[in-house]
Write a protein that binds this ligand. Structure first.
Ligand code: ANZ
Ligand code: ZN
Length: 846
């Protein structure tokens, strides 16, 4: 995920880009053709705020931030493909964002609607539902959001609700909790719609309700409508209650309690209106209340206090029906627990009671089918599917964004800008007053234009797009970032998409990741790119094959709604970890140790608690590896001076994956026992570390490499300076082990990796030109294990046992008894000292 150019790389960024850089370097060493691109999510409010606070133009602020963040990225040794760089505020990029808007418009997926919207009074702009948390606060400013009625542009993401939901099942490399958050956010609900008629002298009004429990229709005791419901007009409200009701509605509107999952049921008021029950004909009172969400379902519900918890709370809180008058229409299948049934709301499915006319005695399932089918025949109801997902509101009344390419003409109404006139450039000579409305409204020479249709005077749309539009397709632009004729060449995109690995924070689960899926599905449908193989195969139109997310501290997520409370990702959080300045850490410990620490301290999906103390551990490890390398390099240079004329090293620079690249220059059959064991340990490490890299479990990769370091150190001359110094350092296995270690740590710690490789190879190659070591699978299991022998509870000696006979107790005994030490210790036993019992205890692991 590309960053917002705030000017400062924080630890959250450093973590994401360390992970991606490590993966990219690893994959390159595996022989893959890797694209590791980077760009800037460069539109957005902070630039505008900086302009207001400090008098810097957003363009200048953004450009200078980008250049300082680029330097910081270099300092963390991130190796990005800068030639593919994408900056969303550059006209050569936003031209194509505007183009995509026009494609949406043509496909009738971009439309304007007068809507009650979330208005952020601090940032002075409208927000999408996804940008308001469950507490009714702006995701960015934290301000309590107000509701206003404004004409706004929307993208019809709801047209894709079904495939956005179903295709989640195909994303097998996405974390389950992210998929679950999207499922909840899309919120598919199956049920039925029923018509309740309100009759007056002259005409009738139909109140449609959506219910997920059609089987409870006989339990309806009131209807509840939202404060935006069309019934709330002087035409329909009785004279004696009308003004009182409208006042109440205004009061609620100010209180802003609209969440579907709001625990606070709130107040309600009888409208004075009654509706007719479609089956029984009974007169049902209609209430207006805040717990009915205006734009969910039909904005009205049938109140069934006996079987719905919120309805139960509502009638109690507002003293609408006394408890003994609550009408129960569903009973439990097993009725031994009568108290459960008589005192509390019963929300499970069950059997319909005698109150339910011809449907009495049916199970909930059967009753639902029968009731809705009958309703369909008679016309008062029908099956219905609802989504919680709303259309995406993209208008922002701000300056620093992609201008919406639309012209308003008094004669022709809304006219899209012709594609040939794109981009509609943002004017630069604007003043930032900070007092509401877009600064674009003040730029007369930009605002006034000719209508493309009738050539008459017209004005431009002064809204800009939500910056989440810019970021919904930038990853596709990487495929062809310099294309000036189209968003990207279809062939190039078809070759590269979808993105193999996408890495970023979990806070985007319902925003960026959902919008990107929507854009991808749209663009795929438009035929802007195709994939190899069958294009009708589901899941081809998904943007990201694998998603790796990290949790950030202080960023709790409500799993049921997927909403992230207040803290925004570009804002410096006060948490321990985000408060750590990467620059300082790199100055103090170096980029390699910083990177290793990030990867080692926590699995990628978990919160990283920063701890300076444990960085030192990584520094020490680096120093130990360095010492190993120096041992080897001394020997190598000796060898070189001995055989001046001989070829120094065989370069493996051509990247031809060879099955044998592990194979060092030595004959395994003549190795000593110790060398064989070292060789085995090297191979076990290769196997584990490779799997860890593939699974992005870098923390365990680091531990395995540390273990290998320990082993190599234990046999190195530093530890054994008298005896075997020469033999071991001379051993090609030792050198092989050190080289393999350096190669495998290099993607995580690239600068030390490169440095050590240079030393080891006499400056001949770059470690990143090397192929990743392969496992010699035949050598993975130990040939021999050490067997410790105790006699009468005392440790006496040890002996090597071939691992092939480990299961064979008799052979082990024989080996022990026939060994030198065996003869010495056990052979002493005679007639009066006999072996009574042999206990063979295996430690399990070889
Ligand atoms: C009667 C009923 C009886 C209900 C019962 C539930 C249980 P989901 O599942 O989330 O789709 N409802 C309908 N429209 C609503 C709105 N605009 N705002 C708030 N609540 C609304 O929820 C559907 C259920 O939520 C509907 O089914 C309705 O209450 C309520 F035993 O109808 B039910
Ligand atoms: Zn016109």
């Amino acid at each position: 995920m590309f960053p917002y150019p705030s000017g400062m790389l924080h630890m959250g960024h450093v973590r994401v880009y360390t992970i991606s850089d490590t993966l990219a370097r690893f994959r390159k060493m595996l022989g893959y053709d890797v694209i590791h691109p980077m760009g800037w999510d460069a539109f957005g409010l902070p630039a505008e705020n900086a302009a207001m606070e400090r008098g810097i133009h957003p363009v200048d602020w953004t450009i200078s931030n980008i250049s300082s963040m680029k330097k910081q990225m270099e300092r963390i040794l991130a190796d990005f493909d800068w030639d593919r760089e994408v900056t969303t505020c550059n006209p050569d990029y936003y031209k194509w964002t505007q183009y995509l808007f026009l494609q949406m418009y043509k496909a009738r997926l971009a439309y304007q609607k007068e809507a009650i919207v979330n208005w952020d009074p601090v940032d002075q702009t409208v927000l999408a539902n996804e940008q308001v948390d469950s507490d009714g606060r702006s995701w960015r400013s934290g301000a309590k959001v107000e509701r206003r009625k404004l004409k706004q542009w929307f993208f019809k993401i709801t047209d894709f609700a079904e495939s956005l939901l179903n295709d989640l099942d195909l994303l097998d490399k996405w974390p389950d909790h992210v998929k679950q958050m999207q499922r909840n956010w899309i919120g598919k609900s199956k049920g039925a719609e029923f018509d309740f008629i309100v009759a007056s002298k002259r005409s009738e009004f139909i109140v449609k309700v959506f219910t997920s429990r059609p089987d409870t229709i006989f339990g309806v005791q009131y209807l509840a409508i939202s404060i935006d419901h069309p019934l709330l007009s002087e035409k329909w409200l009785p004279q004696n209650t009308c003004s009182q009701v409208l006042q109440f509605v205004e009061k609620i509107r100010q209180q802003q309690l609209f969440e579907l999952n709001d625990v606070n049921i709130g107040q309600g008021m009888h409208t004075g209106v009654f509706a007719k029950h479609p089956i029984t004909g009974i007169s049902i009172p209609v209430y207006v209340t805040s717990y009915v969400v205006p734009d969910y379902g039909t904005g009205a519900l049938m109140g069934v206090p006996a079987h719905d918890e919120r309805d139960w709370e509502f009638v109690k809180a507002n003293h609408i029906i006394s408890e003994e008058n609550i009408k129960r229409v569903i009973m439990p299948v097993i009725q031994d627990n009568t108290t459960l049934y008589s005192n509390k709301v019963f929300t499970s499915r069950g059997i319909l009671t005698a109150e339910c006319g011809q449907y009495a005695g049916l199970s909930s399932d059967d009753a639902e089918k029968a009731i809705v089918e009958d309703a369909q025949k008679t016309g008062y109801g029908r099956w219905s599917v609802q989504y919680r997902l709303r259309d995406w509101l993209i208008s922002r009344q701000r300056y620093w964004g992609t201008p919406i390419p639309v012209i308003h003409c008094a004669k022709c109404d809304v006219v899209p800008v012709p594609e040939s006139e794109l981009p509609i450039l943002l004017p630069t000579n604007v003043t930032f007053s900070g007092r509401g409305g877009s600064p674009l409204k003040q730029v007369q020479e930009w605002l006034n234009c000719k209508c493309p249709k009738c050539q008459g005077p017209a004005i431009r749309d002064t809204d800009t797009m939500d910056t989440f539009v810019d970021s919904s397709w930038y990853f596709m632009r990487y495929a062809d970032s310099k294309n000036s004729n189209q968003p990207f060449c279809s062939k190039k995109a078809s070759n590269l998409l979808p993105v193999d690995v996408y890495i970023g924070g979990i806070e985007h689960a319902n925003l960026h990741l959902l919008y990107s899926r929507f854009f991808t599905k749209f663009m795929f449908k438009q035929g802007m790119y195709t994939l190899k193989g069958d294009t009708t195969e589901p899941g081809q139109d998904e943007p990201f094959k694998q998603l790796v997310t990290q949790a950030h501290p202080n960023k709790p997520i409500q799993i049921s709604t997927g909403i992230t409370p207040v803290v925004s990702f570009e804002k410096m959080s006060k948490s321990k970890y985000n408060g750590v300045d990467p620059e300082t850490t790199i100055n103090n410990y170096g980029a390699d140790a910083t990177r290793l620490h990030i990867l080692f301290k926590a699995p990628v999906s978990e919160v990283l608690e920063w701890e300076d103390a444990s960085i030192i551990g990584m520094q020490r490890w680096i120093a130990r590896v360095w010492r190993l390398v120096e041992n080897v390099s001394e020997k190598i240079s000796e060898k070189i001076s001995e055989k001046v004329s001989e070829k120094v090293s065989e370069k493996v620079s051509e990247k031809v994956p060879s099955a044998n690249n592990y194979s060092p220059n030595f004959d395994l059959s003549i190795l000593s026992k110790e060398d064989k064991e070292t060789y085995r340990i090297i191979n076990v490490t290769i196997k584990e570390v490779t799997a860890d890299y593939k699974n992005s479990t870098f923390n365990t990769a680091v531990s395995s490499l540390i273990k290998l370091t320990n082993h190599l150190t234990s046999i190195s001359p530093l530890q054994n300076d008298n005896a075997s110094k020469n033999s071991i350092v001379d051993s090609p296995i030792y050198e092989h082990g050190v080289k393999t270690l350096v190669k495998m740590m290099a993607p995580m710690a690239p600068s030390i990796g490169e440095e050590l490789w240079e030393i080891l190879n006499q400056h001949t190659t770059s470690v990143f030109e090397e192929l990743w070591p392969e496992v010699d699978t035949e050598c993975l299991s130990a040939n021999e294990v050490t067997c410790v022998v105790q006699i009468n509870g005392k440790m006496r000696f040890s002996i090597m046992i071939p691992s092939t006979i480990l299961q064979d107790n008799l052979s082990i005994e024989k080996l022990i008894l026939e060994s030198e030490n065996g003869k010495k210790w056990i052979g002493k036993m005679n007639a009066d000292k006999k072996i009574k019992k042999i206990i063979h205890a295996s430690g399990g692991k070889i």
